[in-house]
Write a protein that binds this ligand. Structure first.
Ligand code: ADP
Ligand code: MG
Length: 263
């Protein structure tokens, strides 16, 4: 009967990418404490496929902790986190799979210092995904080329500039084919002249449709690439809106005060 047909059509839609309605990353009532410090307070957030979310806020407001809970570098005390509809696994193999789905780029580049640039990019696909050396290297070179450092493939991280190392870190994350990329202040440890080369790579990723959560105070990036800006202070999300709304018309005193200091 017609009900069955309708249901079939619906379930078909979820298999053909029509399920963009379902958030790729969803936090529901997430609370996190460090001892007595209530560092994340009832955080509710969802990010759709292809969306670029920028998180800004004063130092100590919980932005890094929030990112770290999303790939389970930190546990949460209550609430839940779903990645592509699946609850975050707590441990073991499932967790390794999750880490592959959620790429993360930190302020400090965290490359393996005793490995070449190419090895840095191929290590995880080979160890975690079991990709062959030849295939991993072929894709590794492609990824390094995409971020503009393929000519450095056989060097060690120390031989590269900070901006180049951060671009390698991005390529290394992409090598695992993540569903979402988290960036935690990816340019704040860089010399000013290197900031744009990293932001350019991120803008291109955004244009290619990557789902991204980016902690940054780079307003130019936010205006250019973000679909939505979230303002955090003291473990809470105080505001959420389009970059235009937020930068031109912040509603909370905290946000106005913060923007006054950084702009
Ligand atoms: P942000 O990234 O916005 O600067 P963080 O998430 O790093 O903020 O930190 C939020 C608060 O949690 C800060 O007060 C910080 O000192 C505290 N904090 C962060 N990590 C830990 C930890 N591992 N143990 C105890 N306190 C922590
Ligand atoms: Mg931080």
């Amino acid at each position: 009967d017609s009900t069955t047909v309708e249901e079939l059509t619906k379930s078909d839609a979820t298999h053909t990418g029509q399920a963009a309605e379902r958030p790729l990353v969803e936090l529901r009532h997430v609370d996190k404490y460090f001892g007595d410090l209530h560092v994340l307070k009832d955080i509710n957030l969802s990010v759709s496929k292809g969306e670029v979310l920028v998180i800004i806020g004063p130092s100590g407001s919980g932005k890094s902790t929030l990112c770290r809970t999303i790939n389970r570098l930190e546990s949460i005390d209550s609430g839940e986190i779903l990645i592509d509809g699946q609850p975050l696994p707590q441990e073991g193999r499932q967790l390794t799979r999750l880490r592959a789905e959620v790429g993360m780029v930190f302020q400090s580049f965290n490359l393996f210092s005793h490995k070449t640039i190419l090895d840095n990019v191929t290590l995880a696909p080979r160890k975690v995904r079991g990709t062959s050396k030849a295939d991993a290297e072929k894709e590794g070179i492609e990824l390094l080329s995409r971020v503009g450092v393929d000519t450095q493939a056989s060097k060690l991280p120390v031989q590269l500039s900070g901006g180049q190392q951060q671009r390698v870190a991005i390529a290394r994350s992409l090598a695992m084919h993540p569903k979402v990329m988290l960036f935690d202040e990816p340019t704040s440890a860089l010399d000013p002249e290197m900031i744009n080369e990293v932001l350019d790579v991120m803008v291109n990723l955004a244009k290619e449709g990557m789902t991204m959560i980016v902690v940054t105070h780079e307003m130019g990036f936010a205006r250019q690439a973000a679909n939505r800006v979230v303002f955090m202070a003291d473990g809470e999300i105080l505001e959420e809106g389009s970059p235009e709304e937020f930068f031109e018309n912040p509603t909370s005193e905290r946000a106005r005060d913060f923007l006054g200091k950084i702009l």
